[in-house]
Design a protein around this ligand. Structure first.
Ligand code: ASP
Ligand code: MG
Length: 413
């Protein structure tokens, strides 16, 4: 059997759902379809959480209405029985009537997860309407995680036990990406863009023949066309290269996706839902690594520099304190570099997390930071590609390993 994953862009409107159905109908029963929240609904739900937790009833209501209207619009353009979607919207509305009763991250997961619940309820109802034997599976009851809200760590053994019984052979299974559940039944999410990872978890547990991620790009490109004019489609990529590219921030695949597939040698296809007949990219066991440079571009970066306030050096004791603070604030490090008396770290400038991190760090260090930066990573670089990307940029920090260079820059244009 095969696992298909459809991201938010592929189901952003009724036409997207119809297109998905077209792709799925050609497949055999037993296929598992993992679907993300529709369009930008995860962002919209995040805004809703922010308004709700800060107890702003008017704003909360406004976000809720927009989310409701968006889903209703899609439903109106499709046929099917969508009662369960209305039920989910009502449940959400009731939940918001009570005051927030747990931590921000826990509330976040209870609310944001509903984006995936609704998208799959719509997709499943529509497929059923078309006469496709459809099984809606609740991923919360299948993906077992710990209680790390917003970044749930998967309990593989338990998840494996559950998933191996959960997929009927005589139907197409439709399930949610991105979500799971703690042992005591509270919903968790697996980290933003985590639906790819869910697809890999299902594939691993079911010993799938392949995973296909359907995207709005022709496959994995050597750079994001949003930032680069001349991009090249990579037809074949090794697991190793794919992990590295994803790790450094190539957003086309979630970084946790590859390892489980590599362990079982399950190929991962990345294909265009706009042009489903095109072959796209396949990631698998190949001898040959990439032959051309690949670029990963991240904006909105902040470079944080730490200096001990006493005369100590940046050595093991200070480093372990620093890493502890980052873990405590839930901030991921994109790049780091140290000298004897300073430690520099580049992170995404996440407004939910970075201000708290800075406060924590200021307890032990003199902290300076530089915002509005870009982080450019080039895998399989050479000097001419470096020179090319540095045109009109000021270089603040550079780090080279054998295959990868990372450049922290300020745009001068
Ligand atoms: N809907 C979630 C997000 O946007 C998960 C995903 O799309 O993979 O982060
Ligand atoms: Mg999404």
């Amino acid at each position: 059997m095969n696992v298909f994953k459809f991201g938010g862009a592929s189901v952003k409107d009724a036409a997207g759902v119809q297109n998905l159905a077209g792709i799925v109908q050609d497949q055999g029963k037993g296929t598992v379809i993992v679907v993300s929240a529709m369009g930008k609904m995860t962002n919209a739900l995040e805004e809703l959480v922010r308004a709700y937790v800060s107890q702003k009833p008017a704003e909360t209501e406004e976000h809720l209405l927009a989310i409701r209207a968006y889903h209703e619009q899609i439903i109106h353009e499709l046929t099917g029985n969508f009662d369960r979607v209305y039920q989910t919207l009502d449940n959400l509305s009731n939940y918001l009537k009570k005051a927030p009763a747990s931590t921000y991250d826990e509330v976040y997961d209870q609310i944001v997860s509903l984006g995936e619940i609704m998208s799959t309820q719509i997709v499943a109802a529509y497929l059923a309407e078309l006469g496709v034997p459809t099984h809606w599976a609740d991923a919360r009851q299948l993906i077992a995680t710990d209680t790390t809200f917003r970044e749930g760590q998967v309990d593989w053994e338990e998840t494996n036990r559950r998933i191996s019984h959960a997929v009927p052979k005589n139907a197409v299974t439709v399930t949610q990406g991105f979500i799971g559940q703690t042992p005591d039944g509270r919903t968790t999410t697996l980290g933003r863009e985590g639906s790819d990872y869910t697809a890999a978890i299902f594939a691993y547990c079911l010993n799938a023949k392949s995973v296909t991620i359907w995207k709005d790009v022709p496959g994995v490109l050597n750079a994001d066309p949003k930032w680069f004019d001349e991009t090249v489609l990579l037809e074949k990529i090794t697991y190793q290269d794919a992990i590295e590219l994803a790790y450094y921030g190539a957003t086309v695949i979630h970084p946790k996706t590859i390892k489980p597939l590599q362990n079982k040698g399950i190929p991962l296809y990345v294909r265009s839902f706009i042009k489903p007949e095109a072959p796209g990219t396949v990631i698998g066991n190949y001898e040959q690594h990439l032959l051309i440079p690949s670029f990963i571009f991240k904006i909105n970066q902040v470079l944080i520099s730490l200096h001990p306030t006493d005369f100590s050096f940046i050595a093991e004791d200070n480093l372990s304190r620093i890493f502890g603070r980052f873990a405590q604030a839930g901030v991921k490090i994109n790049l780091m570099q140290n000298t004897a008396i300073s430690f520099s770290v580049v992170v995404d400038n996440n407004p939910d997390r970075v201000p708290d991190l800075l406060e924590l760090l200021k307890q032990d260090f003199r902290v300076s930071y530089n915002q509005g930066l870009e982080l450019i990573t080039i895998r399989y670089y050479d000097q001419s590609t470096i020179d090319r990307v540095l045109v009109n940029k000021r270089l603040l920090l550079e780090q080279k390993s054998r295959y990868t260079v990372q450049l922290v820059v300020k745009d001068l244009g």
